[in-house]
Design a protein around this ligand. Sequence first.
Ligand code: FE2
Length: 373
Amino acid sequence: MRAFMLIPLAVCIYEIASLILPLKLPLWGRILSYLILLSGLLKGFLYRRTPLGLDIIEIPYGGALLISIIFNFIIVAFFILLVKDAAFILWKIFLKIKFPGYYASLFAFSIALCTTLYGTYEGLKIPPVVTHEISIKNLGREFDGMKIAMLVDIHADELTNYKAVQKIVDKTNALNPDLILIPGDFVDGSVRARSKDLAPIKNLKAKFGVLGVTGNHEYYFDFQGWLKEIQNLGVNLLNNEKVILTSGDSKLIIAGVPDITGKMMGFTAPDLEKALKEAPEDTPVILMDHRPDAAKENAKHKNIALQVSGHTHGGQMPGIYQLVKRANKGFIRGWYDVDGMKLYVSPGTSQWNGFAFRLFDPSEISLFILRSK
Ligand SMILES: [Fe+2]
């Protein structure tokens, strides 16, 4: 058993005791329930190590979806059963009548199943476009009204496959953006297995092109391979670099730093000084940094008008939201003012295969409309 699956295994054992046993199923029903529940743990065995990094074992879409639904049920049912068992303890303390264990478990099962199916659907659906109009200090008049589309945390994989990625690309192109930004987490899996699923991003179209930076997930699966592949798909990956866009007399800088995971794995560390070296004075900067947690540090560079990030997936669901928020220095989704610098944390354009689920946390294709005042 892989060590990181011991926690879900312990959760399964708790769920057998708290959910399945009180339902008083016949023997075959109990055995079938145990097998279905435990099959969700297969998710942890779909990852394997290769000399180039992690890889995901290929299984058909239907199989990957079924395992995801069961795994999601395990997580969701856990939170619901905690509430049920807290109610059981209070019932025992304050009431003298017998706790209706059968009905409580049946109710918990129904709620958990409906929530699981809805949250899985919310994770899978093609995201809506969410428009943000934003004033940028010192923005030249020629850039007033500029449309920047942002996709982040695409996480192309068995569930977010080439069909889903193509739909996201079509929806983005329909916005007729001037520029497209992709600040990281393009993909999960090896280049061999996943390049076809990410391939539709080569169809993205914008006047100033497609710019990106690496996210943490690029480093987990054959980093050098993905670096080449993503650039072959037409994305200019900014590695402590900047691009100066010019329109008439106006200039706008788009800068990008790689994810901090690169530093931890012996690749390039984020270096904002290097990215902004010799940047023209008084030219506004839009910075791509995959994670939001360096925002306070980044805000010390007074030319940065806006930082765009992702990574948090908006917390994915109540109960996990607070943990993710804490792990990202309080930044979770939406707009923040960080010492005068605007920070936008996208909830992500797709979902992550490790927990392919969203509850009251819709994904989005972000569309920024820049204003000079
Ligand atoms: Fe990430």
